[in-house]
Ligand binder design. Structure first.
Ligand code: CP
Length: 292
């Protein structure tokens, strides 16, 4: 694995390898890179979890984190993504973690860029490190994937998490169901109500409504959405014993999930954030070691 761009590119063996390495890191095992690598985090879209978690993981595996501020970079003067990354390569960086507005921005880096590229989210495309930490959270809970029922609810068409997880979970033998309003299904075959899906779900994964990617004058009522598609206390009570609640966050409380459920017993929402550091350590180590 020389880069991490899309869950489409990962075999199940590579996925499981990262999860097992994350588990070792969680148990206290030390990283095994032979030298310190220079890494920069290029975030052209807002982020709290992914950017901070990657920086924490980079420091924990012994990387030197080179500061890069997208809002003060020469991208604002029209420099292309290719020229930005090539410039950082020439300065001596070994890897870049990138979040960008454009879908599949990494395609323009495939030829001519020799340093590692880790996709931290591309437009409405992919979010592979989030998918891997979601998989790790599920693996820790159930110790398997085959035969689980995972119900993903929300803004499917704008969600890179839904797209990444759809690929990865199906490859691992999970029965994935999508629930959303008709207009947010995109190319996905989706249900338009929770009917019959709550009671047998092992995982209910909620998604943020990405208003920033919707039409400006969209007619949207938080209350109506919560009533029809949100995880309410009444719906949580119908979930089966041992089933868990996940959300990649940031959470819109009382929209996709009742505020009082965010830290309830079933919720793994903050645990996902914690798991993200171990998973990103595993991603960084796997990619950088693969280049040693
Ligand atoms: N889940 C996720 O990608 O969160 P951030 O946007 O805060 O990085």
């Amino acid at each position: 694995m020389r880069n991490l761009l899309s869950m489409e590119h990962l075999t199940n063996k590579e996925v499981i390898g990262i999860l097992l390495r994350a588990e070792e890191f969680e148990k206290g095992e030390q990283p095994s890179l032979n030298r310190s690598y220079n890494v920069a985090n290029l975030f052209f879209e807002p982020s709290t979890r992914t950017s901070t978690s990657f920086e924490m993981a980079e420091r924990k595996v012994g990387c030197t984190v080179i500061p890069f501020s997208a809002s003060f970079s020469s991208a604002l003067k029209g420099e292309t993504m290719y020229d930005t990354v090539k410039t950082l390569e020439m300065i001596g960086l070994d890897a870049v973690v990138i979040r960008a507005v454009e879908d599949a921005y990494f395609n323009e880096l495939l030829e001519g860029i020799n340093i590692a590229v880790i996709n931290a989210g591309d437009g409405v495309g992919q979010h592979p490190s989030q998918s891997l930490l979601d998989l790790y959270t599920i693996y820790k809970e159930f110790g398997k994937f085959e035969g689980l029922n995972v119900t993903i609810v929300g803004d499917i068409t704008h969600s890179r998490v839904a797209k990444s997880n759809a690929i990865a979970l199906k490859n691992l033998g999970v029965n994935v169901r999508f629930v959303c309003p008709q207009e947010w299904a995109g190319d996905f075959e989706a249900y338009h109500s929770w009917d019959g899906l709550l009671e047998d779900s092992d995982v209910v994964m909620l998604l943020r409504i990405q208003h920033e990617r919707h039409a400006v004058n969209e007619n949207f009522s938080k209350e109506s959405y919560h009533e029809e598609f949100g995880l309410t206390f009444e719906r949580e009570a119908r979930m089966k014993k041992g089933a868990i609640i996940m959300h990649p966050a940031p959470v819109n409380r009382d929209v996709e999930i009742a505020s009082g459920l965010v830290e309830c017993e079933r919720s793994r929402i903050f645990e996902q954030v914690r798991n993200g550091v171990f998973v990103r350590m595993a991603i960084l180590e796997t990619i950088l070691k693969g280049r040693e």
